[in-house]
Design a protein around this ligand. Structure first.
Ligand SMILES: Nc1ncnc2c1ncn2[C@@H]1O[C@H](COP(=O)(O)OP(=O)(O)O)[C@@H](O)[C@H]1O
Ligand SMILES: [Mg+2]
Length: 546
């Protein structure tokens, strides 16, 4: 099951992966030929006391060939590994972007970040490194064993008796490695989560003087990571030598045993040399088996988590029965019921009709469900029952792009990105001309303060717009929504941080634009309420006329 998944990720790279596997196979063949040649070399030494130049040349040529093959396969693998990593990251990112907001409300962002960063790196490394090495390793093991059998049946049987010993070792050690590995992955993800969250709430940490506690909290998790990775390194450091020790000891015992075979004339010295070199050739792959097994189990864990994310259905952003045509802005909520998972109902049988071109104001207590009401119209959330229509089209039947493209929204929590004011305003309409941008800014009462900044519209506003005041951020978000010029406009407490003078100017400036579109104002501010044709109060999950 997981192996199939793994192969699916590798399929697009099958050409370079198979080429690399082929190079590694040739390398394995060369490695298998060397002990045989060494046997011949030894034979010549025994017979003539001096080896011919021919055999020396062949051996050197083979060694050179091995060098070239290794260089080619390593560099090809490194490149393919990087390709797989980049591809996996983009695929996961695109999927993450398509997931509904609810997905993120249930999880820590850091876990997702960990998946996208180092877990994927491990997986790509596993596909291009460990997984691919399986084929040539198998060839080495099978080839060396067969050649040993050919050289001396009895000795080979002695070697075969060691197989179960190795099998048990590999199983036990591999299990141990996996359990440490899984704990380490979880601990790492947790540490990333905490750092990520804390850095974004640094102002709160500072104002509530929580530095010491947060420092300790982070340090505790880092300590956990440190302990686990030390434990993992120790395990890895122990495994190869331990397995190799057993392998080498077996080799020495074999020599001892073989000396008897030599004495009784069952074997020539040259054959013994070849035989021992094959046995030595076997020790390396055998030594690696345990770590490979441990890594395979870890990759399985990552794959399961990855699959957990990838199997979450994304929002149907592009695919839908049809696109919503250009609308006038007639909105109808019909018996809409909604509750968040595991919470009491926010909206109960809500019915509301907003005519195209109307401006309505919605008031209500904190937590009454006003923002939720707006999110439902954009299908950021889906009602449990009831329907919402825009110009008579059930919005659950149209593509999200065509729906969201016709709604402009100024959210309660303004989201700006680290860029210039111009780019932030033009976010919903890339390539908008300067004139349109400034007109929107003017309407949103942002133009004047922007011109007051040294770089004007080219001013960089910092992460999430930290270099602006709260009110200025709202004005920029408002300009962004107005520039989109949508038939439906939702302002969710969009002027809450305006000064009274700014709000009055805004109301003046907006009368005309509001007249030609449907506007939903979620607000308590009297000046904004004056813009509304109707004022409704949201309470007890439904709307009441005021
Ligand atoms: N993602 C969420 N998960 C669970 N409950 C939520 C979520 N978002 C909001 N709520 C709850 O839903 C109710 C309505 O929230 P909201 O629509 O934001 O209220 P308003 O905008 O009127 O202040 C609140 O009681 C709030 O606690
Ligand atoms: Mg709200």
């Amino acid at each position: 099951m997981t192996l199939r998944l793994l192969l699916a990720y590798a399929v697009p790279y099958r050409r370079s992966l198979s080429l690399a596997a082929l190079l590694m196979l040739l390398d394995a063949f060369a490695a298998l030929a060397l002990p045989w040649l060494a046997g011949r070399f030894a034979q010549e030494l025994v017979e003539g006391a001096q080896a011919t130049a021919k055999i020396v040349l062949i051996i050197v040529a083979l060694l050179a060939l091995q060098c070239l093959l290794r260089y080619a396969s390593s560099s090809l693998l490194a490149r393919t590994g990087a390709d797989i990593l980049a591809d996996l990251r983009c695929r996961i990112y695109d999927h993450l972007q398509s997931l509904p907001l609810n997905f993120y409300h249930q999880r820590r962002q850091g876990e997702i970040l960990a998946l996208l960063t180092y877990e994927v790196t491990q997986l790509a490394g596993f596909i291009s490194g460990t997984l691919l090495a399986v084929v040539p390793t198998l060839l080495t093991v099978v080839g060396a064993t067969l050649l040993m059998v050919r050289l001396d049946m009895v000795l080979a049987a002695a070697v075969a008796m060691l197989v179960p010993v190795f099998y048990v070792m590999v199983k036990v050690l591999g299990r141990h490695l996996r359990s440490i590995g899984l704990q380490l992955q979880a601990a790492d993800a947790m540490a990333i989560s905490i750092a990520d969250e804390n850095l974004s709430m640094l102002p709160a940490i500072k104002t509530f003087t929580r530095e010491a506690e947060e420092s300790i909290r982070y340090a505790t998790h880092v300590e956990n990571v440190r302990l686990l990775s030390a434990k993992e390194s120790v395990a890895y450091a122990a495994i190869e030598p331990a397995v190799q020790f057993v392998a080498m000891t077996s080799a020495v015992l074999l020599i001892w045993f073989a000396s008897a075979r030599l004495g009784s004339g069952h074997m020539t010295p040259a054959e013994l040399v070849s035989f021992l070199l094959y046995a030595a050739l076997l020790t390396r792959p055998v030594g690696r088996l345990a770590t490979t097994y441990g890594q395979a189990l870890m990759a399985q864990g990552t794959l399961q988590r990855l699959q957990g994310v990838l199997s979450e259905p994304g929002e149907p952003i592009f695919q839908a029965t049809h696109a919503l045509p250009a609308v006038h802005g007639n909105i109808e909520y019909r018996n809409v019921c909604f509750s968040y998972p595991g919470r009491p109902a926010v909206l109960k049988e809500l019915n509301l009709h907003v005519r195209a071109g109307e401006t309505i104001a919605i008031v209500g207590e904190n937590g009454a469900g006003k923002s939720t009401f707006a999110h439902l119209l954009m299908r950021l959330q889906t009602p449990q029952s009831g329907q919402i229509f825009v110009d008579g089209h059930d919005i659950s039947q149209v593509s999200l792009h065509s729906l969201r493209g016709q709604i402009g929204v100024v959210p309660q929590h303004v989201l700006l990105f680290n860029g210039t004011l111009r780019d932030n305003i033009a976010y919903g309409r890339p390539g908008a001309d300067e004139h349109a941008i400034q007109a929107a800014a003017q309407m949103a009462q942002a133009h004047d303060f922007i011109l007051g900044l040294p770089q004007g519209y080219d001013t960089l506003i910092g992460d999430e717009g930290v270099r602006l005041s709260g009110g200025q951020r709202q004005r920029v978000a408002l300009a962004r929504a107005l520039l989109k010029n949508p038939p439906i406009l939702i302002l969710d407490e969009a002027t809450a941080m305006f000064d009274p003078e700014g709000e009055r100017s805004f109301v003046q400036a907006c009368r005309d634009t509001f007249r030609e579109r449907t506007v939903i104002l979620i607000t308590h501010r009297p000046a904004s309420l004056a813009l509304a044709d109707r004022v409704l109060r949201l309470g007890d999950g439904t709307v009441h006329t005021v």
